[in-house]
Design a protein. Structure first.
Length: 121
């Protein structure tokens, strides 16, 4: 998963391997090795994960089952987006407090799906 995360961030921010390396405080060859899926030493891996805004465990997670992969991807997405993280924390609090039930959560997810389809055109 770390390869995809690095490529995604570099593409999103228009970064070369050298620019990404500067931001992550590693050598550009380390970024290139990571993109190639080669092994990194732990200090370099930690720096890259800090730059990505994810934990080492999440970045290295491949997940065995399809649901685990989806859960891992959702966890990464939520942890990288502060507004989304705050929203999900509020949602969990409301469910735990009993002010939202599973039907409410289904409605929220259905609306999110509707908005995604609208954005696609």
């Amino acid at each position: 998963m770390i390869v995809e995360l690095i490529k995604e961030k570099m593409q999103k921010e228009g970064l070369s391997a050298r620019a990404a390396a500067l931001e992550a405080h590693v050598a550009h060859t380390t970024v290139l090795r990571a993109i190639e899926g080669r092994n990194l030493d732990l200090p370099s891996l930690n720096k890259i994960c800090t730059w990505l805004g994810v934990s080492v465990a999440d970045a290295l997670s491949e997940g065995g089952a399809k649901d685990e992969v989806l859960a891992s991807k959702m966890s990464l997405l939520i942890s990288r987006e502060p507004k989304l993280k705050a929203l999900f924390e509020e949602l969990v609090s409301e469910v735990e407090a009993g002010t939202l039930n599973s039907s409410d959560v289904e409605d929220i997810v259905a609306y999110a799906g509707y908005r995604i389809k609208q954005k696609k055109g």
